[in-house]
Ligand binder design. Structure first.
Ligand code: GLC
Length: 569
């Protein structure tokens, strides 16, 4: 019996590789360019597999690399079975897969099946009325003698969710950009085509799927008007829609019966109760979901009205998800990705305490129960960028927002919306990965498709790896600690001091293994008084982002953004 099996017997752990894994998310367009066209590519990723291995991650989630006109950077797929030219070809992809697998790093592919590109053959044939494909998408006649959209649903990217197509003489639904028509999941042929395509990828040896907006695939029958009282109009008719569980269960039966696959569903608008219906054997079988509560509680009605946030509320949300999925299901752990601002700019301090707060936030995501996702550059403490003019923006969502604000008179000039764009815009996360202080951060020899963050001369991989106190080395330690200590993976979570405005503290418990994590989310020093329920003399310091004594005292002070992890030896 190996030591790990012994623990399993002792604590009754149901071991699963993806619960013990740390996943690294790659946004290929911005990761590493090898052919000088200013766009990252698959060979560029392959060259950095040793980098990922050194960091210690167990899996890569690759954002879409499929053929695509790139209206939404690849989330608009025109051919699910081929690779976008700018990224390389299928041979490059195969080599990447085998190079990753040689290092025991698994590969999770992005699955985008709420919609395709309007340049996908299915849509082209559908708009022609081709009998095989005519019901592959959601087509309707307009209202008002056809002149107005069929209903009042709004697109996530602004404006109506409907576009009139001259060829077909009807309107089609697109919950995102007009170049991303929604597939009609009521049509069994659509579902069969999707499952075939998924099986085709699985046969190539991939290890799972990240499922783009998967809880949006089912729309209310009859497509009724949505409630206009705030938020995205129509959302109640397509978020967690009526047939969603039938579709996901069918997908499980047809494609995902191998339980060793990692499946993570992106589920905007899903609460804990919804999540429990998606994950685990009693739900639809997904391994986990990406929930949004903790990355949208700082928005007002609209994401661009980003407001203040309080640590007390943040802790409440995290604790709710930790507890809500503790026994059934599993959490994903993330604070940023390609759609969110850089976490250190949002939840930390991206100037004076950039490194301290990046380490603190990493400590949080690696010591909660769930699977941590590290978004490229997070391990360096990369920050939000600056976009001095709208010409510097690339993201369709941000471009539409600025255009609409100007058109509708909500803003007199770009300067009126610049703060919002720089706080919450998606381009913040999409600036090139900062490899070195060479021109354009060593990302490309050409002209990058989006400008680099100007701080690359100091914030970059080369510097970080040479400095043993860097965020990078701290992430390496965090990942190693998680691999070594089951209590950090499987242990029960208990929140301490829920109402403290600056301290985020909790315990983890697994059999007789224990952990105590204490984080100061602020720039003022604070005192933490260890609750009586915790036996101090059994704990030892396992990791901290500053020099601290090796054993906790009954009360101790934490400096700005200080993070401590104590474990039973
Ligand atoms: C998801 C993706 C995002 C994309 C959208 C439409 O939210 O993460 O990048 O724009 O779906 O596919």
């Amino acid at each position: 019996m190996t030591p790990k099996d012994a623990i399993k017997t002792r604590a009754g752990i149901d071991r699963t590789w993806w619960k013990e894994a740390v996943v690294y998310q790659i946004y290929p367009k911005s990761f590493n360019d090898t052919d000088g066209d200013g766009i990252g590519d698959l060979r560029g990723i392959e060259r950095r597999v040793d980098y990922l291995d050194d960091l210690g991650v167990d899996a890569v989630w690759l954002c879409p690399v499929y053929e695509s006109p790139q209206a939404d950077n690849g989330y608009d797929i025109s051919d699910y079975r081929s690779i976008n030219d700018a990224y390389g070809d299928m041979d490059d992809w195969r080599r990447l897969l085998s190079t990753l697998h040689e290092r025991d790093i698994r590969l999770i592919m992005d699955l985008v099946v709420n919609h395709t590109s309007d340049e996908h053959e299915w849509f082209q044939r559908s708009r022609q009325g081709d009998s095989e494909f005519k019901d592959y998408y959601i087509w309707r006649d307009g209202t008002n003698n056809g002149g107005d959209p069929p209903n009042n649903w709004e697109s996530v990217f602004g404006g109506s969710a409907w576009t009139y197509d001259e060829v077909r003489g009807q309107w089609y639904l697109h919950l995102f950009d007009e170049k991303q028509p929604d597939l009609n999941w009521r049509n069994p042929d659509v579902r069969e085509s999707v499952y075939e395509m998924m099986n085709w990828w699985l046969e190539k040896g991939i290890d799972g799927f990240r499922m783009d907006v998967i809880n949006l695939i089912s729309k209310t029958n009859g497509l009724p008007d949505g409630d206009e009282d705030g938020g995205l109009t129509g959302a109640e008719h397509f978020f967690n829609g009526p047939n969603i569980h039938d579709y996901l269960r069918e997908m499980r039966d047809e494609v995902l019966s191998d339980e060793s696959l990692l499946t993570v569903g992106e589920t905007p608008g899903a609460g804990v109760d919804d999540a429990r219906t998606y994950v685990g054997p009693d739900g639809d079988g997904l391994s986990m979901v990406f929930q949004f509560e903790h990355v949208s509680f700082d928005h007002d009605e609209h994401k661009w009205d980003a407001g203040d946030w309080s640590l007390v509320e943040f802790k409440q949300i995290i604790a709710k998800w930790q507890n809500g999925l503790a026994d059934e299901g599993w959490n994903s752990l993330y604070l940023n990705n390609h759609d969110q601002p850089r976490m250190v700019s949002r939840f930390g301090d991206d100037s004076t305490y950039r490194e301290e707060s990046a380490k603190l936030l990493g400590t949080l995501t690696h010591t909660l129960q769930g699977t941590p996702f590290v978004y490229q550059g997070e391990e360096l403490g990369m920050t939000n960028a600056s976009f001095a003019s709208p010409d510097e923006l690339r993201d369709v969502e941000a471009v539409n927002f600025v255009e609409e604000a100007l058109e509708q008179g909500d803003a007199a000039s770009y300067d009126d919306v610049r703060d919002a764009v720089e706080y919450v815009g998606r381009d913040n996360a999409r600036t090139p990965m900062q490899w070195s202080d060479a021109p354009d951060a060593g990302f490309t020899d050409g002209e990058p498709w989006i400008d680099c963050n100007s701080n690359y001369e100091t914030v970059n991989v080369e510097h970080a790896r040479a400095d043993e106190n860097s965020v990078w080395h701290y992430y390496q330690d965090l990942i190693e600690l998680r691999h070594d200590r089951d209590v950090l993976v499987y242990g029960a979570f208990d929140l301490l001091v829920p109402n403290h405005p600056a301290i985020f503290a909790y315990t983890r418990t697994l059999g007789d293994e224990r952990g105590l994590v204490v984080l100061n989310f602020g720039t003022d020093p604070v005192e933490f008084v260890v609750p009586d329920s915790i036996t101090l003399d059994e704990l030892e310091l396992a990791l901290a982002n500053t020099d601290v004594p090796t054993a906790p005292r009954p009360a101790f002070e934490l400096g700005p953004y200080e993070a401590h992890v104590y474990l039973t030896p």
